[in-house]
Design a protein around this ligand. Structure first.
Ligand code: NAP
Length: 243
């Protein structure tokens, strides 16, 4: 696989699930490129944590919906790291509201960040992975994309779309030894779920609690490992029993 350090790019890695995945991959020995769009202090702390245990990483501040910025970042990767082994698209937002009242811009933005950005990142990532004939691509979908949730027409559509994109891509690049999978978390304790009524929600979860970002990252780590070499095109639920 060449002499350069194996490298992972994680979008939305300044906090929450993306952060936990970045830390996990760094622990596994990958150099991790930590993407974020505005939370600079949080992103710096992630890098510090990685360096504190002897890992390697670098920050990449840009909005993943900006196609030119994505292309520029991959040029940088080609120059600096010279390879890419793992892409995780974790950057995501929600802007909930009933369909009839939803502002057009809230539809557009959620689809752009959660779904279109996956294409913006996966296209140049695959080109780099093809060189090594090895790769792992993960997208963070959601139970909302599988079941549909009222008030989340934009979010559910973006996460269902992500599953379609992942399944399609897995069939295109399976022959090149690159696996592509979706994680589908249920309710995970992060800033994204801070405002929810937890007491009511946990009553609907068989395991009777929210999951943690570390629990999601454990599955991501496995799917990015050599041991997961025969798993592709799958949607792996991490949801405490709801689906
Ligand atoms: P979070 O805590 O709100 O973190 C979101 C991350 O995405 C932050 O690092 C944020 O950084 C980054 N981000 C947002 N927009 C971006 C953009 N345009 N460009 C680059 N980075 C951007 O969310 P989370 O709960 O960890 O969610 C991570 C993923 O898991 C999302 O895709 C979410 O939909 C999915 N998910 C979450 C849950 C859950 O219960 N938490 C359940 C199912 C699925 P900046 O602040 O710097 O932009």
């Amino acid at each position: 696989m060449g002499i350069e350090k194996r490298t992972a790019f994680v979008s939305g890695a300044s906090r929450g699930i993306g952060k936990a995945v970045a830390l996990k991959l760094a622990e596994m020995g990958f150099k991790v490129i930590i993407n974020y769009s505005s939370s600079e202090n949080q992103a710096k702390q992630v890098l510090e944590q990685i360096e504190n245990f002897g890992g390697e990483g670098r920050l990449a501040c840009f909005d993943v919906t900006d196609r030119k910025a994505c292309k520029d970042e991959f040029k940088k990767i080609t120059e600096i790291e010279k390879r890419l082994d793992i892409l995780v698209h974790s950057a995501g937002i929600r802007k909930d509201g009933l369909a009839v009242r939803m502002k057009d811009e809230n539809w557009d933005r959620v689809i752009d960040v959660n779904l279109t950005a996956f294409f913006n990142l996966a296209k140049p990532a695959v080109k780099l992975m093809l060189k090594n004939k090895w790769g792992r691509i993960l997208g963070i979908s959601s139970t909302s994309g599988q079941a549909g949730v009222p008030g989340q027409i934009n979010y559910s559509a973006s996460k269902a779309g992500l599953i379609g994109a992942i399944k399609s891509l897995s069939k295109e690049i399976g022959p090149r030894n690159i696996t592509v999978n979706a994680l589908s978390p249920g309710f995970i304790e992060t800033e994204m779920t801070d405002s929810l009524d937890k007491e009511e929600i946990v009553k609907t979860i068989p395991l009777q609690r929210f999951g943690t970002a570390v629990e999601v990252a454990a599955v991501a780590g496995f799917l990015c490992s050599e041991e997961a070499s025969y798993i592709t095109g799958q949607v792996i639920g991490i949801n405490g029993g709801i689906y």
